[in-house]
Design a protein around this ligand. Structure first.
Ligand SMILES: Nc1ncnc2c1ncn2[C@@H]1O[C@H](COP(=O)(O)OP(=O)(O)OP(=O)(O)O)[C@@H](O)[C@H]1O
Ligand SMILES: [Mg+2]
Length: 253
């Protein structure tokens, strides 16, 4: 059998704060195939963000195994890990980590230039993404001169600039009104239909209804999995939302 794009086994993450240990991830097993669109749901503090950071190599794991496209993350050195993240992964975080000294456009261009792409092409791609997400007017502004929603959409542009294999997104529509949230979702779905794998945390049933699979995380374990299949018809959304709601309610949501 072909190995999945992301293969996680017995993943544990323990934080130690002032001498007390917090076992945040308690043996997570997870497989995600290339091209899937998977949502993670679960109560606040259940370890969703921690899971995203550890499977993407942003944070180290305490024990277990994470393989990305055939490579064991723990065996990569810092440089290899940084290259992997730059070329093959896109990120949208809860905290957005935009560089304060750069304008919006330069923040989006930076990973494109770092990856050694053709400068003209990178710039064209950045502008095309910004236009699609309706933030082209923000290009030259400082990151303090745009709204939270605009900043979040800029983060999405940055995440997609190198056409990554996978996008890890931590509540990418969390700070957005419904129009901006729809634009972000539309763009993520467009990337997914071009083959980009998506692993996304969300609290929104509406958002999850567009994914192909939903995982429910509680106390650092995946306690349920709802297979939805890829969305073929917008008319199915209401039915899918209802299915997710019932499923979540059964899990004490
Ligand atoms: N750097 C850290 N050091 C110590 N403890 C941490 C750290 N980051 C997170 N935690 C703790 O780990 C647990 C899981 O946090 P995490 O951010 O993964 O939750 P979450 O499911 O993403 O929650 P939310 O929905 O509120 O974003 C929490 O108890 C949190 O306080
Ligand atoms: Mg979180």
């Amino acid at each position: 059998m072909m190995e999945k794009l992301l293969s996680v086994k017995a993943l544990c993450k323990t934080y130690i704060l002032k001498g007390s240990t917090n076992n945040v991830l308690r043996g997570v097993d997870l497989e995600i195939g290339a091209g899937e669109f998977v949502c993670i749901m679960g109560p606040s503090g259940s370890g969703k963000s921690t899971l995203l950071y550890t499977v993407s190599g942003m944070d180290n794991m305490t024990s277990g195994s994470v393989r990305f496209d055939g490579r064991e993350l723990a065996e990569l050195d810092r440089k290899e890990l940084a290259d992997l993240r730059l070329h093959e992964m896109g990120f949208i975080f809860q905290q957005m980590y935009m560089l304060k000294k750069l304008c919006i456009l330069d923040n989006i261009l930076l990973p494109g230039f770092q990856a050694g792409g053709d400068r003209v092409k990178v710039r064209e791609r950045a502008e095309q993404l910004m236009r699609r997400l309706d933030i082209i007017d923000c290009a030259e502004r400082e990151i303090t001169e745009v709204s939270g929603g605009q900043l979040q959409r800029a983060c999405l542009c940055r995440a997609l600039i190198n056409e990554p294999k996978v996008v890890f997104a931590d509540e990418p529509t969390g700070a957005l009104n419904s129009k901006a949230a729809e634009e972000v979702m539309r763009e993520l779905i467009a990337a997914n239909s071009r083959g980009t794998t998506i692993l996304m945390i969300t609290h929104s049933v509406k958002v999850a209804a567009r994914s192909s699979r939903v995982l429910y995380l509680v106390d650092g374990n995946i306690q349920g999995e709802l297979e939805l299949g890829s969305l073929k018809d917008e008319n199915e959304l209401t039915k899918r939302e209802r299915a997710i709601n019932t499923w979540l309610m059964d899990r004490g949501w």
